[in-house]
Design a protein around this ligand. Structure first.
Ligand SMILES: CC(=O)N[C@H]1[C@@H](OP(=O)(O)OP(=O)(O)OC[C@H]2O[C@@H](n3ccc(=O)[nH]c3=O)[C@H](O)[C@@H]2O)O[C@H](CO)[C@@H](O)[C@@H]1O
Ligand SMILES: C=C(OP(=O)(O)O)C(=O)O
Length: 421
């Protein structure tokens, strides 16, 4: 794909409505779950994103047949013909590691390239591997690959996570559905995407208790069957566009949003003066004239403030009337947007895991470089608030997680364009 950039002329308010897509971070494990059954898993409300395309390509090369329509896929893994997830696919997207649990559980074997570090931190997968080991798999690491074998199948056990991990919870939850006996996952992640995965697994015949809590109890089944499931709306996309309205001003209805999946974020927005109200179709977000107030936030596992909205929140605080302390507790290197925002006139000082943001009346347009998905969209938001022109380079990260971003923002009045680099 040719390199592209996004050009934004800031300063205008946003008015109208934005449709919210299906959640990327629910879609990825749900596609992997298609490997658990020889039956057909039908997923609706599938977001059209680069990451979803990578994940579908991955399950396809494991032997799944795909039938795709708009926002819809049918995955039939009648036979798994290949249990190796190669480096070339895994390096494009870390969530590829989510095929490990389903493959070992169903086939007794899998070889998955180790995902490696990425821009936001080292991101090891030790909890995924320890959990599979506790379920009886033998784990070997060689040549950059994890080779997991469980020729007699996985066995249920109790796994207590030392800290909360979304991916490890998902991988082991999927593995446990086909294990022999009962698996207890303690200190499990409670993100809405995990609830979505658990509900879909139930529809496929899994027996799971404690859904939505930090203790998941799974009674393994000999096999799962096909099902049809509609993916929940993306709470991170919702929060991002809510913050865009906070940054630019105006009033926008986020159609299809599920406010119950982002209560903490809505509370923060209301406290800083961005009005969020539920509507019949989703939620409405409004800011009129006045500058927002500074509000401190700390990222936390769900139901706390999501790390995936930290960069966008920083942009909102960058133009606040006052100061805000933003603390990142999930990833050790998730402030790469700070130097780029500074080039646009933001006043941010980083001390370890905290960033002190002193609001300025106005940001200024500049050419900037996107380093990861949420950093990229934060620069787009900054461009909406800035005087003059902002050019965001290296936008392929954006297409991993935001569907038709320039169309969605353009439709509510943003002056935004995608152009070749
Ligand atoms: C595809 C997907 O859903 N991605 C999300 C998922 O990522 P992901 O599932 O990778 O994030 P985790 O919740 O696992 O990571 C949380 C923390 O635990 C660490 N860790 C994790 C696993 C492990 O085995 N060992 C370990 O040390 C990570 O490096 C990180 O510091 O949750 C993150 C936290 O909400 C989000 O930012 C990502 O958008
Ligand atoms: C970090 C993210 O995704 P991933 O875990 O797929 O890298 C994200 O969605 O912000």
């Amino acid at each position: 794909m040719a390199l592209q950039r996004i050009v934004i002329r800031g300063g205008g308010e946003l008015h109208g409505e934005i449709p919210i897509s299906g959640a990327k971070n629910a879609a990825l494990p749900l596609v992997a779950a298609g490997l658990l059954t020889p039956g057909t898993l039908i997923l609706d409300n599938l977001p059209e994103l680069a990451d979803v395309g990578f994940m579908l390509g991955l399950v396809e090369q494991h032997g799944a047949a795909l039938a795709r329509g708009p926002r819809h896929v049918e995955i039939t893994a009648e036979r798994i013909t290949n249990t190796t997830a190669p480096y070339d696919l895994v390096r494009k997207m870390r969530a590829s590691v989510l095929v490990l649990g389903p493959l070992v559980a169903r086939m007794g074997e899998a070889k998955v390239s180790l995902p490696g570090g990425c821009a936001i931190g080292t991101r090891p997968v030790d909890l995924h591997l320890k959990g599979l080991e506790a379920m009886g798999a033998r784990i070997e690491l060689a040549d950059g690959y994890v080779h997991a074998t469980a020729p007699k199948g996985l066995k249920g056990t109790t796994i207590r996570f030392p800290f909360v991990s979304v991916g490890a919870t998902e991988n082991l939850l999927m593995a446990a559905t086909l294990a022999e006996g009962e698996t207890v996952l303690d200190n499990a992640a409670r993100e809405p995407e995990i609830t979505d995965l658990a509900r879909c697994l139930e529809a496929m015949g899994a027996d799971i208790a404690g859904i939505g809590t930090e203790r998941l109890i799974v009674r393994g089944q000999p096999a799962l069957h096909g099902a049809r499931y509609s993916i929940l709306p993306d709470r991170i996309e919702t929060g991002t566009y809510a913050m865009a309205v906070g940054v630019a001003g105006g009033r926008v209805e986020l159609v299809g949003a599920r406010p119950d999946t982002l209560e903490d974020v809505i509370d923060v927005l209301n406290r800083c003066g961005v009005e969020v109200t539920p509507t019949e179709r989703g939620m409405a977000v409004k800011r009129n004239g006045h500058r927002v107030a500074g509000v401190d936030v700390m990222t936390q596992p769900y139901p706390g403030f999501p790390t995936d909205l930290q960069a966008q929140m920083m942009v909102l605080m960058a133009t606040a009337d006052g100061a805000a302390m933003i603390t990142e507790t999930i990833f050790e290197n998730r402030f790469m947007h700070v130097p780029e925002l500074a080039r646009m006139g933001a006043n941010v000082t980083v001390h370890g895991a905290s960033a002190l943001v002193r609001g300025v009346p106005r940001l200024k347009g500049a050419p900037v470089m996107a380093t990861d998905l949420r950093a990229s969209i934060s620069l787009v938001l900054a461009g909406l608030a800035a005087e003059g022109e902002t050019v965001v380079n290296r936008i392929y990260h954006l297409d991993r997680g935001y569907e038709r971003v320039e169309e969605k923002l353009g439709a509510v009045g943003a002056r935004i364009q995608r152009v070749p680099e």
